[in-house]
Write a protein that binds this ligand. Structure first.
Ligand SMILES: NC(=O)c1ccc[n+]([C@@H]2O[C@H](COP(=O)([O-])OP(=O)(O)OC[C@H]3O[C@@H](n4cnc5c(N)ncnc54)[C@H](O)[C@@H]3O)[C@@H](O)[C@H]2O)c1
Length: 269
């Protein structure tokens, strides 16, 4: 198995790099930022998501692409202008390069912010319907849609990972529900790379939190069994946290929903 990881210099990319080191025949690591020197079974390549030809070249001989590159948050200012290049144009280039290069599978780092305006009590099956809470969230809906189209039209296998909050440990009450530990994140990616063939699927990247908003029972074929639980920090987190913003508290996306929110949150059913 030959794997290419885009965004390998980033926070999640670095954890996957070390967590899956030496597991595959080749782990090709790509980023626009500098990367540590290649170890055994690794190659490094500098590539920009805006460079379609560079992406095609980086995907030569690759079976599975793990896409962890791009803008990972809603920027404070000029959000759309900042999200547009890497998360829209770059994500089109990702899938188009995979098609041209004959890649079999792409793991796309989506986000729960693709559906952040769902209320916290909403069942997982309903939250699969997009309800973005930000321009960043819209870019993740775009990536999921692009992946689905490439799966249906071109036969690419695509797994969208709706990552929760990736941290060493949860630090606010909402994260007690949406936290994903580094260990579980690496395991989810491993499952995505190694699962039997499928067409398209969306899975939540979340640990086994007592307070989870989501469950992954519909995608049990992946074999993902998270082991960590944010509840271990619940006492400490609850004791040290102020009440949530009224426009954040009802919704899965938290403060992404509250940012620039107009009106009464009850209008969002
Ligand atoms: N960290 C989280 O809690 C979280 C939650 C939900 C989703 N995600 C998603 O997971 C992915 C990884 O997140 P992260 O926290 O590791 O982010 P990060 O910012 O640490 O890593 C992103 C990497 O992408 C690279 N990159 C940016 N623009 C690029 C371009 N044009 N070409 C090539 N590389 C480029 C950066 O250099 C960086 O190394 C992102 O897509 C993010 O949206 C993260």
């Amino acid at each position: 198995m030959n794997v290419l990881m885009l965004g390998a210099a980033g926070g999640i990319g670095s954890a996957i790099r070390s967590g899956l080191a030496s597991r595959y025949a080749l782990m090709r690591l790509a980023d626009i930022a500098p990367l540590d020197a290649a170890g055994p079974g690794e190659e490094t390549v500098k590539v920009d998501l805006l460079d379609l030809d560079g992406l095609v070249a980086a995907m030569a001989g690759i079976d599975c692409v793990v896409h962890m590159a791009g803008v990972p948050v809603e920027p404070e200012t000029n959000a759309w202008e900042q999200v547009l290049p890497a998360n829209i144009v770059g994500v089109h280039n990702l899938f188009e390069a995979a098609r041209i290069a004959g890649v079999k599978r792409v793991l796309f780092a989506s986000s729960h912010h693709a559906a952040g305006f769902h209320r916290r009590e909403t069942a997982t099956v309903e939250t699969l319907v997009p309800r973005p809470d930000s321009y960043y969230g819209v870019s993740k809906v775009f990536g999921e849609a692009m992946g689905r189209m490439y799966a249906d039209k071109f036969g690419l296998q695509v797994l969208s990972l709706r990552i929760g909050a990736y941290r060493e440990r949860p630090s606010d009450p909402r994260q007690l529900a949406v936290w994903v530990s580094p260990r579980d994140m690496v395991e989810l990616v491993r499952c995505g790379i190694e699962a039997p063939d499928f067409g398209y699927a969306t899975v939540y990247g979340v640990s086994a939190n007592t307070r989870n908003f989501w469950d992954n029972s519909a995608v049990a074929f992946l074999g993902y069994e998270p082991r960590d639980n944010a509840e271990a920090w619940a006492g400490e987190v609850m004791a040290s946290s102020p009440p949530e913003d009224p426009a954040a508290a009802p919704f899965q996306g938290g403060w992404y929903c509250a940012k620039d929110f107009v009106g009464d949150p009850s209008r969002v059913g």
